[in-house]
Design a protein around this ligand. Structure first.
Ligand code: 3SL
Length: 250
């Protein structure tokens, strides 16, 4: 297995696809997706375009859908919810499909949607994703951070580091054999330094600060927890993620 970390969708190669791609948007899209699927949501369907989301979800019965729209951290008018994982209670999401469009996270999933296996990861479901990768042993794995409008984000690269760090610990391969690019080694170093103070790291991160200005303190706390849900968001068809077989709620 070779692991490649790419900080943003824009830095991800366009001329090939890996055997397994893991999209990461810790604050907050992939945390929200994992939460919805852990809470019994039927599926998560991602869109980059808000109008297209509205059009496709229109054919879905209202009692079986939830429309989530986020831009600039806030909820888009006319949508059921924004992008807070804390809004995704079992009472609200059970049996429903989440139709979601966010500023960056949904774009990173779409960027890798042609890979043979596509997963969504955050700190909250890191172990489920790592266990699956170790069980499948894909040859080439990309971990793609979402960043913010093309620029680097600390929290996504730290999560990429959490995933690679755990794979490294559990496989007996040396670092140089496992790491496909320099970004992978840098991500492990970032995670190693901050693993016991992820919430503090989020407070230093530019998107963390943006969310704090929007009063999303509790979201940051929730997103900074590691391995709290045993759910594997895995793509079933392009842009549609379901809970894989590794269980639903911890
Ligand atoms: O950029 C994204 O996709 C979002 O996760 C941003 S926010 O955390 O909802 O503001």
């Amino acid at each position: 297995m070779k692991l490649f970390v790419y900080h943003t969708p824009e830095l991800t190669p366009t001329d090939k696809m890996p055997d397994c791609a893991i999209a990461v948007d810790v604050l907050r899209a992939t945390t929200t997706m994992a939460t919805v699927l852990a809470a019994g949501g039927e599926a998560v369907q991602v869109f980059s375009d808000l109008d297209q989301l509205m059009q496709v979800s229109e054919s879905w019965p209202p009692e079986r859908r939830l429309r989530a729209g986020e831009r600039g951290g806030g909820k888009v008018a006319g949508f059921d919810m924004g992008n807070s994982p804390l809004d995704c209670t079992p009472e609200r999401v059970q049996g429903r499909r989440l139709f979601i469009s966010t500023t960056n996270g949904t774009r990173s999933i779409q960027r890798v949607q042609d890979a043979a296996i596509v997963l969504a990861a955050a700190f909250i479901n890191r172990k489920a994703v790592v266990d699956y990768v170790l069980s499948q042993q894909p040859e080439i794995v990309w971990i793609v951070g979402s960043g913010w409008e093309g620029s680097y984000s600390l929290e996504d690269t730290a999560c990429a580091g959490a995933i690679t760090h755990s794979i490294l610990q559990q496989s007996n391969s040396p670092l140089d054999q496992l790491a496909g690019n320099d970004e992978t080694i840098a991500a492990i170093a970032l995670y190693s330094q901050w693993q016991d103070k992820l919430l503090e790291l989020f407070h230093h991160a530019s998107h963390g600060k943006r969310l704090l200005r929007l009063d999303c303190h509790e979201d940051l706390k929730y997103c900074s927890q590691t391995d709290i849900v045993d759910v594997l968001p895995i793509q079933r068809e392009p842009g549609v993620l379901i809970a894989g077989e590794q269980g639903r709620i911890n």
